[in-house]
Design a protein around this ligand. Structure first.
Ligand SMILES: Cc1cc2nc3c(=O)[nH]c(=O)nc-3n(C[C@H](O)[C@H](O)[C@H](O)COP(=O)(O)OP(=O)(O)OC[C@H]3O[C@@H](n4cnc5c(N)ncnc54)[C@H](O)[C@@H]3O)c2cc1C
Length: 383
Protein backbone atom coordinates (compact mmCIF):
# COMPACT_ATOMS: atom_id res chain seq x y z
CA UNK A 1 0.00 0.00 0.00
CA UNK A 2 1.14 3.52 -0.71
CA UNK A 3 0.39 6.16 1.91
CA UNK A 4 1.02 8.69 -0.89
CA UNK A 5 -1.94 7.32 -2.81
CA UNK A 6 -5.08 9.45 -2.64
CA UNK A 7 -8.28 8.88 -0.75
CA UNK A 8 -10.35 7.28 -3.51
CA UNK A 9 -14.12 7.78 -3.49
CA UNK A 10 -16.19 5.69 -5.88
CA UNK A 11 -19.33 7.55 -6.88
CA UNK A 12 -20.22 11.20 -7.36
CA UNK A 13 -23.78 11.11 -6.06
CA UNK A 14 -24.85 13.00 -2.97
CA UNK A 15 -22.80 10.65 -0.79
CA UNK A 16 -19.55 11.03 -2.72
CA UNK A 17 -19.72 14.79 -3.14
CA UNK A 18 -20.98 15.39 0.43
CA UNK A 19 -18.02 13.44 1.72
CA UNK A 20 -15.58 15.38 -0.49
CA UNK A 21 -17.08 18.65 0.77
CA UNK A 22 -16.75 17.54 4.40
CA UNK A 23 -13.14 16.52 3.81
CA UNK A 24 -12.37 19.94 2.31
CA UNK A 25 -13.92 21.76 5.28
CA UNK A 26 -11.20 20.23 7.39
CA UNK A 27 -8.30 19.76 5.02
CA UNK A 28 -7.80 21.87 1.91
CA UNK A 29 -5.02 19.73 0.44
CA UNK A 30 -5.44 16.00 1.20
CA UNK A 31 -5.42 14.28 -2.23
CA UNK A 32 -8.89 13.08 -3.15
CA UNK A 33 -9.67 11.18 -6.34
CA UNK A 34 -13.30 10.57 -7.24
CA UNK A 35 -14.25 7.94 -9.81
CA UNK A 36 -17.68 7.71 -11.33
CA UNK A 37 -19.41 5.65 -13.97
CA UNK A 38 -21.58 8.65 -14.88
CA UNK A 39 -20.78 12.17 -16.10
CA UNK A 40 -19.98 13.49 -12.62
CA UNK A 41 -22.63 16.21 -12.54
CA UNK A 42 -23.48 17.34 -9.04
CA UNK A 43 -27.23 17.38 -8.47
CA UNK A 44 -29.75 16.76 -5.75
CA UNK A 45 -31.40 13.46 -6.59
CA UNK A 46 -34.64 14.20 -4.67
CA UNK A 47 -35.25 17.02 -7.14
CA UNK A 48 -35.66 14.52 -10.00
CA UNK A 49 -39.27 13.95 -8.97
CA UNK A 50 -40.03 17.68 -8.93
CA UNK A 51 -38.88 18.65 -12.45
CA UNK A 52 -42.33 19.41 -13.88
CA UNK A 53 -43.65 21.06 -10.73
CA UNK A 54 -40.63 23.35 -10.61
CA UNK A 55 -40.40 23.71 -14.39
CA UNK A 56 -36.83 22.41 -14.58
CA UNK A 57 -35.34 19.97 -17.08
CA UNK A 58 -32.29 17.76 -16.44
CA UNK A 59 -29.77 20.51 -17.25
CA UNK A 60 -31.52 22.96 -14.98
CA UNK A 61 -31.56 20.43 -12.12
CA UNK A 62 -27.76 19.99 -12.34
CA UNK A 63 -25.86 22.23 -9.94
CA UNK A 64 -22.38 21.83 -11.43
CA UNK A 65 -20.57 19.62 -13.91
CA UNK A 66 -17.51 17.53 -13.04
CA UNK A 67 -15.09 20.32 -14.07
CA UNK A 68 -16.96 22.72 -11.79
CA UNK A 69 -16.66 20.30 -8.88
CA UNK A 70 -12.93 19.79 -9.53
CA UNK A 71 -12.45 23.53 -9.22
CA UNK A 72 -14.82 24.00 -6.29
CA UNK A 73 -13.35 21.22 -4.17
CA UNK A 74 -9.75 20.95 -5.37
CA UNK A 75 -10.21 17.27 -6.15
CA UNK A 76 -9.61 15.01 -9.13
CA UNK A 77 -12.64 13.43 -10.84
CA UNK A 78 -12.56 10.63 -13.40
CA UNK A 79 -15.90 10.45 -15.17
CA UNK A 80 -17.41 7.66 -17.30
CA UNK A 81 -15.08 5.25 -15.50
CA UNK A 82 -16.52 2.06 -14.07
CA UNK A 83 -14.78 0.21 -11.26
CA UNK A 84 -14.74 -3.46 -12.15
CA UNK A 85 -13.12 -4.97 -9.07
CA UNK A 86 -11.52 -4.39 -5.68
CA UNK A 87 -8.27 -5.79 -4.35
CA UNK A 88 -8.35 -5.09 -0.61
CA UNK A 89 -5.05 -6.90 0.08
CA UNK A 90 -3.25 -4.91 -2.63
CA UNK A 91 -4.99 -1.63 -1.69
CA UNK A 92 -6.08 -1.20 -5.33
CA UNK A 93 -9.24 -0.83 -7.33
CA UNK A 94 -9.55 -2.25 -10.82
CA UNK A 95 -10.77 -0.40 -13.87
CA UNK A 96 -10.62 -3.19 -16.42
CA UNK A 97 -6.90 -3.98 -16.67
CA UNK A 98 -5.83 -0.82 -14.87
CA UNK A 99 -4.95 -1.05 -11.17
CA UNK A 100 -5.25 2.11 -9.16
CA UNK A 101 -3.85 2.46 -5.64
CA UNK A 102 -5.67 4.06 -2.72
CA UNK A 103 -4.64 4.98 0.79
CA UNK A 104 -8.26 4.83 1.94
CA UNK A 105 -11.15 3.70 -0.25
CA UNK A 106 -14.76 4.85 0.09
CA UNK A 107 -17.57 3.00 -1.65
CA UNK A 108 -20.35 5.50 -2.38
CA UNK A 109 -21.68 3.72 -5.42
CA UNK A 110 -25.37 3.74 -4.57
CA UNK A 111 -28.13 1.26 -5.30
CA UNK A 112 -29.38 -0.48 -8.42
CA UNK A 113 -32.96 -0.24 -9.56
CA UNK A 114 -34.84 -3.49 -9.33
CA UNK A 115 -36.07 -4.60 -12.74
CA UNK A 116 -38.94 -7.01 -12.96
CA UNK A 117 -38.86 -9.39 -15.89
CA UNK A 118 -41.88 -8.77 -18.10
CA UNK A 119 -43.31 -10.39 -21.17
CA UNK A 120 -43.80 -8.43 -24.40
CA UNK A 121 -41.83 -6.28 -26.79
CA UNK A 122 -42.59 -2.89 -25.33
CA UNK A 123 -39.62 -2.86 -22.91
CA UNK A 124 -37.79 -0.12 -24.85
CA UNK A 125 -40.39 2.34 -23.55
CA UNK A 126 -39.82 1.41 -19.90
CA UNK A 127 -37.63 3.83 -17.90
CA UNK A 128 -36.16 3.64 -14.40
CA UNK A 129 -35.11 6.98 -13.00
CA UNK A 130 -32.32 6.75 -10.46
CA UNK A 131 -29.90 9.42 -11.63
CA UNK A 132 -29.69 12.59 -13.65
CA UNK A 133 -28.70 10.74 -16.83
CA UNK A 134 -31.76 8.49 -16.51
CA UNK A 135 -33.86 11.58 -15.98
CA UNK A 136 -32.43 13.30 -19.04
CA UNK A 137 -33.19 10.23 -21.18
CA UNK A 138 -36.73 10.01 -19.80
CA UNK A 139 -37.47 13.69 -20.42
CA UNK A 140 -36.22 13.33 -24.00
CA UNK A 141 -38.37 10.24 -24.53
CA UNK A 142 -41.38 12.11 -23.17
CA UNK A 143 -41.06 14.89 -25.70
CA UNK A 144 -44.33 15.12 -27.64
CA UNK A 145 -45.98 12.38 -25.55
CA UNK A 146 -48.91 12.67 -23.16
CA UNK A 147 -49.53 9.42 -21.25
CA UNK A 148 -47.28 7.82 -18.62
CA UNK A 149 -47.88 4.58 -16.75
CA UNK A 150 -45.99 4.11 -13.49
CA UNK A 151 -45.28 0.66 -12.08
CA UNK A 152 -45.06 0.99 -8.29
CA UNK A 153 -46.90 3.09 -5.71
CA UNK A 154 -44.01 3.62 -3.32
CA UNK A 155 -42.56 7.00 -2.43
CA UNK A 156 -40.91 7.44 -5.83
CA UNK A 157 -43.92 6.22 -7.84
CA UNK A 158 -46.26 8.59 -5.97
CA UNK A 159 -43.89 11.54 -6.32
CA UNK A 160 -43.52 11.02 -10.07
CA UNK A 161 -47.31 10.60 -10.39
CA UNK A 162 -47.91 13.98 -8.74
CA UNK A 163 -45.12 15.67 -10.66
CA UNK A 164 -46.23 14.34 -14.05
CA UNK A 165 -49.83 15.42 -13.36
CA UNK A 166 -48.48 18.87 -12.54
CA UNK A 167 -46.80 18.73 -15.93
CA UNK A 168 -50.15 17.97 -17.59
CA UNK A 169 -49.56 14.28 -18.37
CA UNK A 170 -52.17 11.54 -18.08
CA UNK A 171 -50.92 9.19 -15.38
CA UNK A 172 -51.80 5.59 -14.47
CA UNK A 173 -50.24 3.91 -11.44
CA UNK A 174 -50.18 0.12 -11.18
CA UNK A 175 -49.13 -1.61 -7.94
CA UNK A 176 -49.71 -4.89 -6.11
CA UNK A 177 -50.46 -3.19 -2.77
CA UNK A 178 -53.94 -2.00 -1.80
CA UNK A 179 -52.70 1.50 -1.03
CA UNK A 180 -49.73 3.80 -1.54
CA UNK A 181 -46.32 3.47 0.16
CA UNK A 182 -47.25 0.35 2.13
CA UNK A 183 -43.75 -0.23 3.47
CA UNK A 184 -43.36 3.33 4.65
CA UNK A 185 -46.64 4.63 6.08
CA UNK A 186 -49.70 3.02 7.73
CA UNK A 187 -52.68 2.36 5.38
CA UNK A 188 -54.68 5.44 6.47
CA UNK A 189 -51.87 7.74 5.35
CA UNK A 190 -51.37 5.78 2.12
CA UNK A 191 -55.11 6.00 1.41
CA UNK A 192 -55.04 9.78 1.92
CA UNK A 193 -52.29 10.08 -0.69
CA UNK A 194 -54.15 7.79 -3.12
CA UNK A 195 -57.35 9.82 -2.70
CA UNK A 196 -55.57 13.13 -3.20
CA UNK A 197 -53.71 11.91 -6.29
CA UNK A 198 -56.94 10.42 -7.65
CA UNK A 199 -58.61 13.81 -7.28
CA UNK A 200 -55.69 15.26 -9.22
CA UNK A 201 -56.58 12.86 -12.04
CA UNK A 202 -54.17 9.97 -11.44
CA UNK A 203 -55.77 6.58 -12.25
CA UNK A 204 -54.74 3.90 -9.74
CA UNK A 205 -54.83 0.18 -10.54
CA UNK A 206 -54.07 -1.42 -7.17
CA UNK A 207 -53.84 -5.04 -6.04
CA UNK A 208 -52.61 -6.09 -9.46
CA UNK A 209 -49.38 -6.17 -11.43
CA UNK A 210 -48.26 -5.67 -15.01
CA UNK A 211 -48.06 -9.01 -16.79
CA UNK A 212 -46.88 -7.83 -20.19
CA UNK A 213 -45.99 -4.74 -22.15
CA UNK A 214 -46.63 -4.81 -25.88
CA UNK A 215 -45.95 -2.19 -28.53
CA UNK A 216 -49.03 -0.27 -29.55
CA UNK A 217 -48.91 2.54 -32.13
CA UNK A 218 -46.15 4.91 -30.90
CA UNK A 219 -46.44 3.70 -27.30
CA UNK A 220 -47.33 0.56 -25.39
CA UNK A 221 -50.25 -1.45 -24.07
CA UNK A 222 -49.83 -2.85 -20.55
CA UNK A 223 -51.80 -5.97 -19.74
CA UNK A 224 -52.45 -6.33 -16.03
CA UNK A 225 -52.87 -9.55 -14.07
CA UNK A 226 -56.50 -8.61 -13.34
CA UNK A 227 -57.25 -8.56 -17.08
CA UNK A 228 -57.36 -4.76 -17.45
CA UNK A 229 -55.29 -3.01 -20.10
CA UNK A 230 -53.65 0.39 -19.84
CA UNK A 231 -52.38 2.31 -22.87
CA UNK A 232 -49.44 4.65 -22.38
CA UNK A 233 -46.71 6.37 -24.36
CA UNK A 234 -43.95 5.79 -21.82
CA UNK A 235 -43.62 3.68 -18.66
CA UNK A 236 -41.72 4.39 -15.45
CA UNK A 237 -40.64 1.39 -13.42
CA UNK A 238 -40.42 2.43 -9.77
CA UNK A 239 -40.52 -0.91 -8.03
CA UNK A 240 -37.58 -0.46 -5.68
CA UNK A 241 -33.85 -0.22 -5.21
CA UNK A 242 -31.22 -2.69 -4.05
CA UNK A 243 -27.87 -1.56 -2.58
CA UNK A 244 -24.96 -2.37 -4.93
CA UNK A 245 -23.05 -5.14 -3.17
CA UNK A 246 -21.74 -7.41 -5.95
CA UNK A 247 -18.19 -6.05 -6.37
CA UNK A 248 -17.76 -5.80 -2.61
CA UNK A 249 -18.97 -9.35 -2.13
CA UNK A 250 -16.69 -10.65 -4.88
CA UNK A 251 -13.75 -9.01 -3.09
CA UNK A 252 -14.63 -10.82 0.13
CA UNK A 253 -16.17 -7.89 2.01
CA UNK A 254 -19.02 -8.73 4.34
CA UNK A 255 -22.38 -7.91 2.77
CA UNK A 256 -25.93 -8.44 3.87
CA UNK A 257 -28.77 -6.26 2.50
CA UNK A 258 -26.08 -3.63 1.89
CA UNK A 259 -22.30 -3.50 2.31
CA UNK A 260 -21.91 -4.13 6.02
CA UNK A 261 -20.21 -1.30 7.89
CA UNK A 262 -19.92 -0.38 11.54
CA UNK A 263 -20.80 3.00 13.05
CA UNK A 264 -17.45 4.33 11.82
CA UNK A 265 -18.58 3.38 8.28
CA UNK A 266 -15.74 0.84 8.09
CA UNK A 267 -16.31 -2.33 6.07
CA UNK A 268 -14.90 -5.70 7.06
CA UNK A 269 -11.74 -4.80 5.06
CA UNK A 270 -9.02 -2.52 6.33
CA UNK A 271 -9.07 1.03 4.92
CA UNK A 272 -12.32 0.45 3.00
CA UNK A 273 -15.43 2.39 4.01
CA UNK A 274 -18.95 2.70 2.60
CA UNK A 275 -21.81 5.17 2.94
CA UNK A 276 -25.07 6.16 1.31
CA UNK A 277 -27.42 3.90 -0.60
CA UNK A 278 -24.91 1.03 -0.87
CA UNK A 279 -24.19 0.76 2.85
CA UNK A 280 -25.79 -1.14 5.71
CA UNK A 281 -24.75 0.88 8.72
CA UNK A 282 -24.92 -1.11 11.96
CA UNK A 283 -27.94 -2.98 10.56
CA UNK A 284 -29.68 0.06 9.01
CA UNK A 285 -30.26 0.37 5.26
CA UNK A 286 -31.53 3.92 4.90
CA UNK A 287 -31.86 5.06 1.30
CA UNK A 288 -32.36 8.74 2.17
CA UNK A 289 -30.39 11.95 2.20
CA UNK A 290 -30.22 12.81 5.91
CA UNK A 291 -28.46 9.55 6.88
CA UNK A 292 -25.83 10.00 4.18
CA UNK A 293 -25.18 13.59 5.25
CA UNK A 294 -24.63 12.49 8.86
CA UNK A 295 -22.42 9.66 7.60
CA UNK A 296 -20.29 11.94 5.44
CA UNK A 297 -19.62 14.33 8.34
CA UNK A 298 -18.42 11.48 10.55
CA UNK A 299 -16.46 9.70 7.83
CA UNK A 300 -14.52 12.81 6.81
CA UNK A 301 -13.18 13.06 10.35
CA UNK A 302 -12.27 9.38 10.42
CA UNK A 303 -10.46 9.57 7.08
CA UNK A 304 -8.47 12.57 8.28
CA UNK A 305 -7.29 10.78 11.41
CA UNK A 306 -9.96 11.29 14.08
CA UNK A 307 -12.00 8.07 14.32
CA UNK A 308 -15.65 9.16 14.58
CA UNK A 309 -18.86 7.17 14.73
CA UNK A 310 -21.97 8.38 12.93
CA UNK A 311 -24.79 9.54 15.20
CA UNK A 312 -28.17 9.61 13.51
CA UNK A 313 -30.67 12.09 14.79
CA UNK A 314 -34.36 11.89 14.06
CA UNK A 315 -34.61 11.77 10.29
CA UNK A 316 -38.12 12.44 8.98
CA UNK A 317 -38.73 11.94 5.26
CA UNK A 318 -40.92 14.37 3.33
CA UNK A 319 -42.87 12.75 0.52
CA UNK A 320 -43.01 15.25 -2.33
CA UNK A 321 -46.69 14.87 -3.18
CA UNK A 322 -47.80 18.51 -3.04
CA UNK A 323 -51.46 17.53 -3.47
CA UNK A 324 -51.16 15.75 -0.12
CA UNK A 325 -47.98 16.77 1.72
CA UNK A 326 -46.73 13.84 3.78
CA UNK A 327 -44.04 13.52 6.43
CA UNK A 328 -42.98 10.21 7.86
CA UNK A 329 -40.62 8.99 10.50
CA UNK A 330 -40.98 5.21 10.51
CA UNK A 331 -40.73 3.43 13.87
CA UNK A 332 -37.55 1.36 14.27
CA UNK A 333 -37.76 -2.08 12.64
CA UNK A 334 -39.28 -4.54 15.08
CA UNK A 335 -40.46 -1.83 17.51
CA UNK A 336 -43.27 -2.96 19.82
CA UNK A 337 -46.32 -0.75 19.78
CA UNK A 338 -49.24 0.25 17.60
CA UNK A 339 -50.48 3.01 15.35
CA UNK A 340 -52.99 5.51 16.78
CA UNK A 341 -54.76 7.14 13.88
CA UNK A 342 -56.88 10.27 13.52
CA UNK A 343 -58.26 11.05 10.10
CA UNK A 344 -60.16 13.96 8.68
CA UNK A 345 -60.34 13.47 4.90
CA UNK A 346 -56.83 13.68 3.53
CA UNK A 347 -55.48 14.98 6.84
CA UNK A 348 -54.10 12.00 8.73
CA UNK A 349 -52.22 11.99 12.00
CA UNK A 350 -50.78 8.51 12.62
CA UNK A 351 -48.68 8.12 15.76
CA UNK A 352 -46.83 4.92 16.58
CA UNK A 353 -46.57 4.52 20.34
CA UNK A 354 -45.33 1.81 22.67
CA UNK A 355 -47.34 0.46 25.61
CA UNK A 356 -46.04 3.26 27.86
CA UNK A 357 -47.30 5.86 25.37
CA UNK A 358 -43.85 6.87 24.11
CA UNK A 359 -43.92 8.13 20.53
CA UNK A 360 -41.64 5.94 18.37
CA UNK A 361 -42.65 7.06 14.89
CA UNK A 362 -45.25 9.00 12.94
CA UNK A 363 -46.83 9.65 9.57
CA UNK A 364 -48.73 12.88 9.02
CA UNK A 365 -50.49 13.98 5.84
CA UNK A 366 -52.32 17.01 4.51
CA UNK A 367 -52.71 19.83 7.04
CA UNK A 368 -51.16 17.67 9.76
CA UNK A 369 -47.89 17.41 7.82
CA UNK A 370 -47.00 20.75 9.39
CA UNK A 371 -46.70 18.97 12.74
CA UNK A 372 -43.55 17.21 11.51
CA UNK A 373 -41.12 19.41 13.38
CA UNK A 374 -42.86 19.20 16.74
CA UNK A 375 -43.29 15.43 16.46
CA UNK A 376 -39.66 14.96 15.42
CA UNK A 377 -38.59 16.48 18.73
CA UNK A 378 -40.53 13.78 20.62
CA UNK A 379 -39.27 10.75 18.70
CA UNK A 380 -36.06 9.13 20.00
CA UNK A 381 -33.16 9.15 17.48
CA UNK A 382 -32.32 6.01 15.53
CA UNK A 383 -29.95 3.73 17.43
C1 LIG B 1 -36.68 10.25 -7.62
C2 LIG B 1 -36.06 10.17 -6.26
C3 LIG B 1 -36.52 11.02 -5.26
C4 LIG B 1 -35.94 10.95 -3.99
N1 LIG B 1 -36.41 11.79 -3.01
C5 LIG B 1 -35.85 11.75 -1.79
C6 LIG B 1 -36.28 12.65 -0.76
O1 LIG B 1 -37.20 13.45 -0.97
N2 LIG B 1 -35.66 12.60 0.44
C7 LIG B 1 -34.64 11.74 0.70
O2 LIG B 1 -34.10 11.73 1.81
N3 LIG B 1 -34.21 10.85 -0.24
C8 LIG B 1 -34.78 10.85 -1.48
N4 LIG B 1 -34.34 9.98 -2.44
C9 LIG B 1 -33.20 9.09 -2.12
C10 LIG B 1 -31.85 9.85 -2.20
O3 LIG B 1 -31.85 10.68 -3.32
C11 LIG B 1 -30.70 8.84 -2.26
O4 LIG B 1 -30.69 8.16 -1.02
C12 LIG B 1 -29.32 9.47 -2.47
O5 LIG B 1 -29.33 10.40 -3.51
C13 LIG B 1 -28.28 8.37 -2.73
O6 LIG B 1 -27.03 8.94 -3.02
P1 LIG B 1 -25.73 8.04 -3.23
O7 LIG B 1 -24.63 9.02 -3.51
O8 LIG B 1 -25.56 7.10 -2.10
O9 LIG B 1 -26.02 7.15 -4.53
P2 LIG B 1 -26.15 7.58 -6.06
O10 LIG B 1 -26.73 8.93 -6.21
O11 LIG B 1 -26.86 6.45 -6.73
O12 LIG B 1 -24.67 7.66 -6.60
C14 LIG B 1 -23.93 6.52 -6.94
C15 LIG B 1 -22.71 6.94 -7.73
O13 LIG B 1 -21.87 5.80 -7.90
C16 LIG B 1 -21.48 5.68 -9.26
N5 LIG B 1 -21.19 4.25 -9.53
C17 LIG B 1 -22.00 3.18 -9.36
N6 LIG B 1 -21.36 2.05 -9.65
C18 LIG B 1 -20.09 2.41 -10.02
C19 LIG B 1 -18.94 1.70 -10.44
N7 LIG B 1 -18.91 0.36 -10.50
N8 LIG B 1 -17.84 2.40 -10.78
C20 LIG B 1 -17.82 3.76 -10.68
N9 LIG B 1 -18.88 4.48 -10.27
C21 LIG B 1 -20.00 3.81 -9.95
C22 LIG B 1 -22.66 6.25 -10.02
O14 LIG B 1 -22.28 6.62 -11.33
C23 LIG B 1 -22.99 7.46 -9.11
O15 LIG B 1 -22.12 8.53 -9.38
C24 LIG B 1 -34.90 10.00 -3.73
C25 LIG B 1 -34.47 9.15 -4.73
C26 LIG B 1 -35.03 9.22 -6.00
C27 LIG B 1 -34.56 8.29 -7.08
Amino acid sequence: MSQDAPIVIIGTGLSGYSLAREIRKQDKEAPVLMITADDGHSYSKPMLSTGFTKGKNADELAQADAAGMVEQLNIEVRTHTTITGLDPAGHCVMIGDERLAYSKLVLAWGADVIRIPLEGEGQEHVYSINDLMDYRAFRQALDGQSRVAIMGAGLIGCEFANDLRNGGYEVDVIAPSDTAMPGLVPPAAGDAVVEALTEEGVAFHLETVVDRIDRQDKGVRLTLANGETVDADRVISAVGLRPRVDLAQAAGLQVNRGIVVDRALQTSAEDIYALGDCAEVDGHVLLYVLPLMASSRALAKTLLGTPTEVAYGVMPVMVKTPCCPTAVCPPPAGAEGKWHIERDGRNVRALFKDAAGTLLGFAVTGDYAMEKQGLSKEVPPIH
